[in-house]
Design a binder for this molecule. Structure first.
Ligand code: NCD
Length: 294
């Protein structure tokens, strides 16, 4: 079994991942060691920069007793012109127990899954999907609210380039939440142009999920003066006041502070779930490795 997209998971598998994710969250907090995957080898292959996703997959493998290895792509034969197919087959020939792949091209993890025998996990492909991020977001919401059903989630910002938004828009409604997507017109996908404004989408929301403006994927520069994005579309205290009382703030990271999110909100210990998302990420990825490898 591979973990390539939200739709590749059954409702039952999603429920298992969230339950086991919560289990591992508690085990990690209690610092109880576990080694159900002792002796297993997890190869991590990241063609795009990453802090959270890369380290949390490594931490998850470690905490389960498996060994995570990283190919530093910048120093690898990829730089000598080796094709993606040859890299995939080469790593597959080392008989790993799992391959975790982040790639700038949509569909690369699915292509890799067709070339290797072990399970492949999609750690983010282009603008397509980032299924484990959506699952860890769901786990963080559940840890905070003790439910997901019935919650209103506003996902705001660079929707056009966001694999995180895409996977969350597929996952959260399956768990009973209502999702509203909004952002500047030039950062909305064409099929979603008629959506509400950021201010409308945030109205009464229980969860406000901000997205990074992905400058590396923008063909043309936004052209805005610094501070202008925050003023018009970003999460400021004034804008957050439109959300439901007790609303929480999420961001997959990395944040552009002062662009999509104001400092005082990012650092608000009551309302910001941003570091809880990171902690939930290790636990959720342990649940994924367990599901695929145990
Ligand atoms: C995101 C990603 O890479 O898709 N970050 C993450 O994995 N936590 C979002 C982003 O890069 O903006």
């Amino acid at each position: 079994m591979d973990l390539l997209s939200i739709d590749s998971l059954s409702d039952e598998q999603i429920a298992t991942l969230l339950e086991r994710g919560e289990h591992w969250f508690e085990e990690n907090r209690a610092r109880r060691p576990a080694e159900p995957l002792k002796g297993r080898l997890v190869l991590n292959l990241f063609y795009e920069h990453s802090t959270r996703t890369a380290m949390s997959f490594a931490a998850a493998a470690h905490r389960l007793g498996a060994s995570p290895l990283f190919l530093p792509v910048e120093q690898s034969s990829v730089k000598k012109g080796e094709t993606f197919e040859d890299t995939a087959r080469t790593l597959g020939a080392m008989r790993p127990d799992c391959l975790v792949l982040r790639h700038r091209e949509n569909g690369a993890p699915a292509r890799m899954a067709g070339m290797v025998e072990c399970p492949v996990i999609n750690a983010g492909d282009g603008t397509n999907e980032h299924p484990t991020q959506a699952l860890l977001d769901a786990l963080a919401i559940r840890l905070r609210f003790r439910r997901i059903e019935g919650l209103k989630v506003a996902i705001l910002g660079d929707i056009r380039h966001s694999r995180v938004a895409h996977s969350n828009a597929l996952l959260l409604p399956r768990l009973g939440a209502t999702v509203r997507l909004a952002g500047p017109a030039m950062l909305m996908p064409d099929e979603l142009l008629a959506t509400p404004s950021v201010d409308e989408a945030i109205e009464g929301a229980d969860v406000v999920m901000m997205l990074r403006v992905q400058r590396e994927r923008l063909a043309e520069e936004l052209g805005d003066a610094p501070g202008e994005y925050l003023e018009r579309y970003g999460l400021t205290p004034e804008r957050l006041a439109r959300a439901a009382p007790g609303a929480v703030v999420m961001h997959p990271g990395p944040m552009n502070r002062g662009v999509e999110i104001a400092d005082e909100i990012a650092d608000d210990p009551e309302r910001s779930l941003i570091l809880l998302q990171v902690e939930a990420g290790v636990a959720l990825r342990m649940a994924c490795l367990e599901l695929l490898l145990a």
